[in-house]
Design a protein around this ligand. Structure first.
Ligand code: ZN
Length: 681
């Protein structure tokens, strides 16, 4: 047993001491901190007045636990050793239990209601008022204000929803795994790239057979559908994939999600009603920027109207190309990805690997820091003295124009054994400025780029450059905040359909000619990116953009209509809703047997229920915000200052709509997104 006074997780101030934190510290720290936090919350509520100073005490309790948990979950995701996995898994139920208890804490709920009704409330800042209102809303959405009888009804519904989500996922997984194709003749797989063939060989070997083993997992399914010259093979796979977890297909009925979806929609409808909402879509939107289901549907319909003609044109071109060049005169759904890829290669032969020669990491970071520094009037200073978890990790200080420290961040850019895949930003430390705590925000920017070889620098593909800018946008949101309360600072409390605004906003710079030129230097020739390559890059980006837009709109409209128009007395078959949506959105064909909703895990098993539109919503916000830079100058420092002070600094101290309008001078519209996607005139 470690001595607690030696436990570095119990003494985190401005920075966790990563080099000293070991898996053995995790469980003792979390056990102790959760237990003492619960005790302290009750003590504070019992002994302190209903006043803001008491809120600050509660904030301190919460922050102390957060500062121990954040490095644990971070180290677990970037150094995923057996020891860290065990330590993390041991802590997780304690943390979940603690969060559940706090979100259901009626004493805390009453405290916030007390603040709202107190004499001093009128004198609060707008941010303080919003913090109190948001807290009350979140407690009420967790059922805290219900009568005891309704509370247990609520808990039963939440439990059964979560069981149904698990059943839904298991059905999708089981249906996916129940199918395979064993192929021994390589000629049947002509056209498929070597990387996919290697996967099929490996799967065959794992299954103890010779040849190739194809499954419906995406890394197996996608290359076959996109590249296989064998049309019958594509059809077979397409049918299997699109009938997963339905009453059709080889295992039809065994993993059927139709009754599961019915049950999920019924439970969600009951939950919404219990909490006083007309339907589940309204409940979902209670914490989002979009106002109402009607508002969302109108937003999506508007995009449909503006994309449909071009989508039809793109599809017509695809049909012509298929007939004239590929000799496919009757294009079927299982041909679309295949033809599309061939057309793209023919028209815009540009590969990410070709672009990779142009973007050395040091030059890209320099370019990124230069743009951000200029627009937002900050400076970046390497700070190698900070304790980190790996030699690859770089630490930086962010300084304002006066040279004062305002934030810190770590960049952990390269893939390595044991590190989780993908790219993400996380807050390590939240900004707080209260009489009890003064701390600056600290962020992690984590990517999985190909590491440099010995003695060289690493090079990024263009899409990796975009990824870095994206994550850095999240980090700026976390770091440039000036809000002093942790519940509202940085990205905390920001409506989740607005969280991607700063990140997607930053991506736009990667499609600016000057920005790319300044960040590029060819590996061999030292040349900057040519105009010719830049133009190809833009054209390839917009290839079939209207078709892709329509596909996303289909998903979003299906999701919103399914939840907004659910009638408990007369539930409609989701396949009917799906058909009705496709009927006015889609320009491509879909066979009658396609059962897409049966495997739509985002909305039936994940957190995107009545929220799938958020992807498009955030794209609209970021494109529209960026268009002010296009109008007034991409390097316009005044516009940069305004974006910083109205959006990046504000966190959730105002609503996302108020932030947006303050920056843009009006509510968002879809024009800029359509233009950036090359849709419309
Ligand atoms: Zn993001």
């Amino acid at each position: 047993m470690t001595q607690q006074h030696d436990n570095p997780l119990l003494h985190v101030e401005q920075f966790p001491d990563y080099a000293r934190i070991a898996p053995k510290h995790a469980l003792p720290a979390i056990e102790m901190l959760c237990e003492s936090a619960k005790k302290r919350v009750d003590e504070v509520l019992a002994n302190e007045p209903v006043a803001w100073s008491t809120y600050e005490k509660l904030e301190e309790i919460d922050d102390k636990l957060g500062k121990a948990w954040s490095p644990i979950s971070h180290l677990h995701s970037v150094t995923n050793t057996d020891e860290w996995r065990q330590a993390y898994q041991a802590c997780q139920p304690i943390i979940s239990q603690y969060s559940a208890e706090m979100s259901q804490h009626s004493g805390l709920y009453q405290f916030y209601c007390g603040l709202r009704d107190s004499q001093e409330f009128a004198a609060y800042t707008a941010a303080q008022k919003k913090l109190v209102a948001d807290a009350i809303r979140d407690f009420e959405l967790s059922g805290v204000s219900l009568s005891d009888e309704k509370k247990s009804e609520y808990q039963a519904l939440v439990k059964s929803a979560s069981e149904l989500y698990t059943t839904f996922s298991h059905n999708v997984l089981d249906a996916t795994q129940a199918f395979h194709l064993h192929i021994t003749d390589e000629a049947e797989l002509a056209g498929i790239p070597e990387s996919a063939l290697a996967l099929y060989r490996q799967l065959a070997e794992e299954n103890g057979v010779e040849g190739f083993w194809l499954t419906l997992d995406f890394p197996s399914y996608f290359p076959a559908l996109t590249y296989a010259d064998n049309r019958a093979l594509r059809e077979k796979l397409y049918y299997a994939y699109n009938t997963r977890a339905s009453e059709l297909g080889e295992n039809g009925g065994t993993f059927d999600n139709a009754p599961v979806i019915e049950a999920i929609l019924a439970v969600r409808s009951d939950l919404a009603e219990l909490l006083g909402f007309a339907n589940y879509a309204e409940l979902s939107l209670a914490t989002k920027m979009a106002e109402s289901p009607a508002h969302v549907i109108q937003f999506l319909d508007d995009l449909v109207a503006k994309s449909k003609e071009q989508g039809a044109q793109e599809y017509a071109e695809l049909l012509t190309y298929a007939a004239e060049v590929l000799d496919i005169s009757d294009v079927k759904p299982w041909d679309v990805a295949y033809v599309s890829e061939k057309l793209k290669q023919a028209e815009y032969a540009i590969s990410q690997e070709q672009l990779r020669n142009y973007f050395p990491v040091p030059k890209v970071s320099e370019g990124l820091f230069a743009i951000v520094g200029r627009l937002f009037d900050v400076q970046f200073e390497a700070t190698p003295t900070l304790s980190t978890w790996h030699d690859d990790v770089l630490s930086y200080t962010v300084k304002n124009a006066h040279g004062d420290d305002i934030a810190y961040f770590y960049m952990d850019l390269y893939a390595r054994q044991g590190k989780n895949g993908g790219a993400w930003m996380n807050g390590a430390i939240d900004k707080i400025n209260s009489p009890l705590i003064k701390q600056l925000p600290v962020a992690y920017v984590t990517c999985n780029f190909i590491p440099p070889t010995e003695g060289n620098v690493a090079y990024l593909s263009h899409s990796e450059v975009v990824t870095l800018f994206h994550e850095f946008g999240h980090a700026l949101h976390h770091m440039l905040t000036t809000v002093p309360h942790s519940a509202l600072s940085g990205i905390n409390g920001v409506e989740w359909d607005a969280v991607e605004l700063p990140s997607q906003f930053m991506e736009n710079f990667c499609f600016e000619r000057d920005v790319l030129r300044d960040m590029s230097e060819h590996r061999e020739t030292g040349e900057q990116l040519s105009d010719e390559l830049f133009d190809k890059l833009i054209a390839a980006k917009n290839f079939h953009s209207a078709l892709m837009m329509l596909r996303q709109l289909e998903f979003s409209l299906f999701d919103m209509k399914t939840h907004a128009f659910y009638d408990a007395h007369n539930p409609k078959n989701v396949m009917q809703t799906w058909a009705e949506v496709r009927d006015y959105v889609a320009v491509t064909e879909s066979p009658d047997y396609a059962r897409f909703p049966m495997s739509f895990s985002h909305i039936f098993a994940g957190g995107y229920a009545a929220g799938y539109f958020s992807y498009k919503w955030a794209e609209v916000l970021s494109a529209d915000a960026f268009s002010r830079f296009e109008e007034e100058g991409v390097y316009n420092e005044q516009v940069g200052q305004s974006f910083k002070s109205e959006i990046l600094e504000r966190g959730s101290s105002r609503t996302a709509m108020e932030n947006f309008v303050a920056f843009r001078g009006r509510e968002p519209n879809v024009e800029a997104l359509l233009r950036h996607n090359g849709i419309g005139s």
